[in-house]
Design a protein around this ligand. Structure first.
Ligand SMILES: [Zn+2]
Ligand SMILES: [Zn+2]
Length: 265
């Protein structure tokens, strides 16, 4: 099994040494893991109120460390990933930056709407006075742009806007169908991200219906725990694998040097 979404202490909100993540993966008998820490926001010209990514000066060291783990011959294969914030208007800059490092895969994620870090618990109260239907529409419009810019291999935690349990009354079916079709059309891989089970919403990203919709639209899938501590590596994976199989998935997509291949579930 694979876990493609692991963080490191560099992002300022994760703990543990890289070796501890690898050791936990070995304990849980994972065949392959990938570190995908938060790409420095400062390089995108954005300064959030709370520091949630590594500093630009730390990226080379991160790459060296993860590449060294990749070269070592332990029982767990290690891949070099990164999680990049999608901020509209930064596409050219991101394209240029991503060419400067040697990644196995790049996850594109949305954590910010304007300057609001809507995934951060500190700002969760800001949901209270918002029009949820408008918020969700705005969020999914950005998800669509993540696909359309074709800069990213994987979309991270695709429905994370539900994280704190705020949902619109209206049915999202048509909006999500459009997104699922775009994922397929652009070859952007979906991530089944198990971290949502530990968030207030208490369910995976995406939920079962959205996952099934992606499956029927032919969207490829990968798996990640979004671990911010070593003991979170592979969290809820037996349940996630069962869910993937139930929705009809038979294989996971894996990456090497940003090229895809398939692995049976
Ligand atoms: Zn994080
Ligand atoms: Zn994320």
């Amino acid at each position: 099994m694979i876990d493609y979404h692991l963080h490191t202490a560099r992002c300022c909100h994760a703990t543990g040494a890289l070796d501890q993540y690898v050791a936990e993966a070995e304990k849980k008998k994972l065949a392959e893991i990938g570190f995908a820490d938060h790409f420095p926001l400062a390089l995108l010209g954005f300064a959030p109120r709370n520091q949630v990514t590594m500093n630009p000066g730390e990226l080379d060291e991160y790459m060296e460390q993860v590449h060294a783990l990749k070269k070592s011959s332990g029982p767990v294969k290690v891949k070099v990933g990164i999680e990049v914030d999608y901020l509209p208007g930064t596409e050219e800059r991101v394209a240029e930056l991503l060419g400067q490092w040697n990644f196995d895969y790049v996850i594109g994620s949305i954590h910010f709407l304007g300057d609001w870090d809507f995934t951060h618990p500190v700002y969760a109260d800001d949901y209270k006075n918002k029009d949820m239907a408008a918020l969700y529409r705005r969020y999914y419009a950005l998800v669509n742009r993540v696909c359309e810019c074709r800069l990213f291999d994987i979309i991270g935690h695709i429905d994370v806007v539900k994280k704190f349990g705020y949902r619109p009354q209206e049915d999202l079916e048509a909006i999500r169908l459009e997104t699922a079709r775009l994922l397929h059309k652009t070859g952007t891989c979906l991530e089944l991200n198990t971290a949502g089970r530990d968030a207030p919403v208490g369910e995976f990203y995406p939920d079962r219906q959205f996952l099934a919709m992606c499956r029927s639209e032919g969207v490829e899938v990968t798996l990640g725990s979004d671990a911010h501590a070593p003991d979170q590596v592979g969290r809820y994976f037996p349940e996630a694998i069962e869910l993937l199989k139930k929705t009809g998935y038979q294989e996971l997509t894996v990456f090497e040097g940003r090229k895809k291949s398939k692995q049976p579930l």
